[in-house]
Design a protein around this ligand. Structure first.
Ligand code: ZN
Length: 541
């Protein structure tokens, strides 16, 4: 049992905005009273619900490939924990499993959503997540380029597609569905990309990116998954993609959707020389359509590692930069590309990208619908979130940073005109309460009675570094896991899995297909529930 006393509590989901009050904890949950509990004096500190990362890449085959592709990152890695109680790990741009858990917790984040899992490598992803301590976890399975599913859409068999999708989600022991460059990753198997949203993709006469997007959104709604379709729109990263993003929102036609790393999808201009921010256009449309949530996918200057199922984009990035490039194909399901990248303040394109992420966070009015991410490790490492928070809370700091950008870049962005500063309560929303709600994790992201006792206590005015950088305490499921920035105990996190209902007869349809098109036998394909460490299965209505 614990009582945190004297701290200013920020719990926006329950309308608590900087009120000095006690937070009591027993059996891993927030409770009304905890008589005789150990007391933590949080005077002069702020208390917030633990961070929830709605879009990150921390585990699985692609991450491992990326780690192997960039050993130089590890040579330069932060010196990292290695003690008898704790397992060793390497930091750097793509921290290894144990380090990932420690680093997230050491910043006050207690739940992460791994946003891109091919079903064929789900088993591996779960093994890595099992070795990622402290944080609770969920995964999204990649679905917008699955050959069996697209064949069913071509045949107009939406009902059967629904049962297949539900079966696949359960086979992967996933929590939700991710759609990456719908149709484009399929076309990439022939070295092509999806063109326009309403044109059929390579190998199909009826299936268009728009059809895939609308069908997935409809199926996910009908299945009642807690999180809507998690969409990485077509044409990521390229000048002028604002049109595609706006059209995608229209295609969704009122259906709920989460737009991933929106920063990479809000560019104007005709080419790299004329690229400019269209954050204001996107924000205006987004503000008027409450069916959407989004995460920022902000970039920060410095080293990153781009890694995405969007194979054609990664090939383009490789051509643009001449950097190393890795490409993976995952049978009938998806693919992946990897290119190490460094964002530079004196580079016109990077300067615009940096501004766009912040602009979206500042121009989207409702903090319950836009969440803080860097699409780790694509836009920057998750352990740099405190810097991003500081940029949002402090307009002078933003101005200093803006002054470093090329003059040409400053003319193509709207950031210099934005004076908004986030309040701490709004920060609690975009880092915790909002993403928890969008994921349908009702016991996360708040400190009401019955909530998971995941919370962080920070010095209100840290003497050095940014707020959020060095929590005084982090409590996970009621246990003190971090004290004075040091990992004190290693809690094993839970993993959330969704079981949508499907007609078990769908297996008779899938079994012979697997025989024909997969290298793995049908019976070996689904991940066994026993493999999920501390699994918590959510049934769908
Ligand atoms: Zn991502």
């Amino acid at each position: 049992m614990l009582r945190i006393t004297g701290g200013k509590v920020y719990d926006p989901a329950n309308g608590v905005d900087g009120v000095v009050k006690d937070v009591c904890i027993a059996d891993g949950r927030v409770v009304a009273e905890a008589d005789g509990a150990r007391t933590i004096d949080a005077t002069g500190m702020v208390v917030l619900p633990g961070g929830v990362d709605i879009h990150t890449h921390v585990a699985g085959a692609a991450l491992n490939f990326a780690r192997g592709l960039t050993p130089e990152n590890f040579r330069r890695a932060l010196p990292f924990v290695h003690s008898p109680e704790r397992r060793t790990g390497l930091g750097g741009v793509t921290p290894t499993t144990f380090a990932t858990g420690y680093l997230y917790a050491a910043m006050g984040w207690t739940t992460v959503n791994e946003a891109a899992v091919p079903i064929l490598s789900a088993r591996h992803t779960h093994e890595e997540l099992r070795d990622t301590p402290i944080v609770d976890k969920a995964t999204l399975v990649l679905m917008a380029n699955n050959e069996i599913l697209l064949d069913l859409l071509e045949a107009g068999e939406l009902e059967r597609a629904k049962h297949v999708l539900a079966w696949l989600v359960w086979a992967a022991k996933a929590y939700g569905v991710k759609a990456v460059n719908p149709g484009g990753v399929t076309a990439w198997k022939w070295g092509k990309n999806a063109g326009k949203l309403h044109e059929p993709i390579e190998g199909y006469s009826k299936v268009t990116p728009a059809l895939i997007i609308a069908s997935l959104a409809q199926i996910i709604d009908e299945l009642g998954l807690p999180h809507p379709v998690h969409l990485h729109c077509n044409h990521l990263g390229v000048p002028g993609n604002v049109e595609t993003t706006l059209e995608t929102m229209k295609v969704l036609d009122g259906r709920r959707a989460h737009l991933a790393h929106l920063q990479f999808h809000a560019y104007g201009g005709d080419d790299w020389h004329t690229m400019r921010s269209e954050a204001a256009t996107i924000a205006e449309h987004f503000n008027a359509h409450p069916n959407f949530t989004a995460d920022a996918g902000a970039i920060l200057f410095g080293q990153a590692l781009t890694i995405t199922a969007d194979g054609p984009w990664q090939h383009l990035l490789y051509q643009l930069t001449g950097h190393k490039w890795g490409n993976v194909d995952v049978e009938n399901e998806t693919g992946c590309g990897i290119v190490p990248y460094t964002y530079k303040g004196n580079n016109l394109v990077n300067a615009v990208q940096w501004a766009v992420g912040l602009e979206l966070l500042l121009l989207i009015k409702d903090p319950w619908r836009i969440f803080l991410t860097t699409d780790h490790p694509n836009g920057g490492c998750f352990w740099r979130y405190p810097e991003l928070v500081h940029l949002l809370m402090n307009k002078d700091f933003r101005r200093e940073s803006l002054a470093q950008l090329p003059a040409k870049a400053r003319k193509r962005i709207v950031l210099p005109d934005l004076d908004r500063e986030y309040t701490l309560s709004e920060i609690a929303i975009i880092t915790s309460a909002g993403p928890a709600r969008a994921l349908g994790l009702s016991h996360k992201g708040h400190l009401g009675v019955g909530a998971d006792a995941d919370l962080a206590v920070y010095d209100a005015k840290p003497e050095n570094g940014y707020l959020f950088e060095h929590p005084r305490y982090v409590i996970k499921a009621g246990e003190i896991v971090v004290e004075d920035s040091e990992i004190r105990s290693v809690h094993e996190g839970r993993q959330y899995v969704v079981k949508p209902s499907f007609d078990s007869g769908i297996e008779e349809f899938l079994r012979p297909l697997f025989q024909k098109v997969y290298t793995m036998s049908f019976d070996n394909y689904p991940v066994e529930l026993e493999r999920i460490h501390h699994g918590e299965v959510k049934a769908c209505p």
